[in-house]
Design a binder for this molecule. Sequence first.
Ligand code: NAP
Ligand code: ZN
Ligand code: ZN
Length: 362
Amino acid sequence: MSFPDNFLVFKGTPSGKIVGTSVPRKKPEGAQVLVEIHSSGFCYTDLHYLQQDMVLGHEGAGVVKELGPKTRYLKIPFLARNVSWCLTMLFHKYYSGDRVGFGWCHDSCGHCDECISGNGCHCRVDRHQFGTHERDQGGFASHAIWQEDFLYPIPDRMSLEDAAPMMCAGITVFAPMARHGLQPTDRVGVVGIGALGHLAIQFAAKMGCEVVAFSGSESKREEAMQFGACEFVLTPRGSAEKIMMKGKLLNHLFVTSSTLPKSEGWQPFIDLMASFGTIYPLTVAFGDISFPALPALLKSLAFRPCAHGSRLMMLQMLEFAVRHGIKPKIERFPLDEAGLVAAQERLLKGGVKYKAVMEAKV
Ligand SMILES: NC(=O)c1ccc[n+]([C@@H]2O[C@H](COP(=O)([O-])OP(=O)(O)OC[C@H]3O[C@@H](n4cnc5c(N)ncnc54)[C@H](OP(=O)(O)O)[C@@H]3O)[C@@H](O)[C@H]2O)c1
Ligand SMILES: [Zn+2]
Ligand SMILES: [Zn+2]
């Protein structure tokens, strides 16, 4: 089967404008897979890389189009591999291979303790990830070449546009919930109701927890309750004032705002925590975190920044989402320069409700 000679990729530039470029197509080698991208989530973290000369986007979802010779489990139907490009173009829906997604991680050593336990995203030897490795590949593109081990089959009952945001936002909130043992009797707070936050509410609620949403936007009150929160607390951003929450103290607090509270901004949240509770700052912050130590010590709180989940957790997260009807609420933009700029501007202003997803014309 033949493919176009060039692929389209969207990269950062020194001015911060995302620019589309045509690049020569690559053939998958070894255990690599060529994925045609249909949907790609725009994560807030992409905004931190806008000035980098690299392909942006790390929440890709699409279909397998070509397999390297050492791939083992992903499939393309026989016809798709053996008919002409014209026929494939006409009937591409029927001639596509497996539906897959990919996230932040590209590859890992496969042999260290973390890799053997499925935590390749925490590989201690050779962690390949967004921003540092394979900077010519990413989600904002027509195609991507990816290691088979770091592609995740999408369940039949999940659309590709719903799957894309799960590849980073979904796993980022699900993984600490699964890893650190949320109990159905727990009360869970979520700060910042954006892409991560609205999924965190849904996951925690479906795990049986009581969820409290803390938001700086009154306009999100109703939807936060629809996502599964039992209480919505309007919380002025960065304020050190006491927060009035009605129910019991919190056992877990997921902080998913685009910026972290400053030192004095943590105290009102510490006051809402039950002893032995855990605060998970998931926000990407490049400076130091300043946190009131003594109040946290007196309650024996854990402070746990988290990133990534294991490969198994990624599959479990997708399965759990399908089983419980968890879906991102999406604002669609075309996967082209204008669409990316529009999504970027909305995201920067904190105006997306709740996840920007770039849609390719395929
Ligand atoms: N740990 C990881 O592995 C990981 C993975 C993915 C993303 N992240 C990080 O997680 C954060 C959220 O990402 P996202 O894609 O969910 O972003 P997002 O959709 O923009 O959501 C962030 C939310 O923060 C609140 N917010 C807006 N402006 C703010 C401001 N100036 N100060 C404080 N809060 C503000 C808003 O919620 P309200 O209107 O409800 O206040 C907004 O919806 C980012 O820092 C991102 O880089 C981390
Ligand atoms: Zn992300
Ligand atoms: Zn490793």
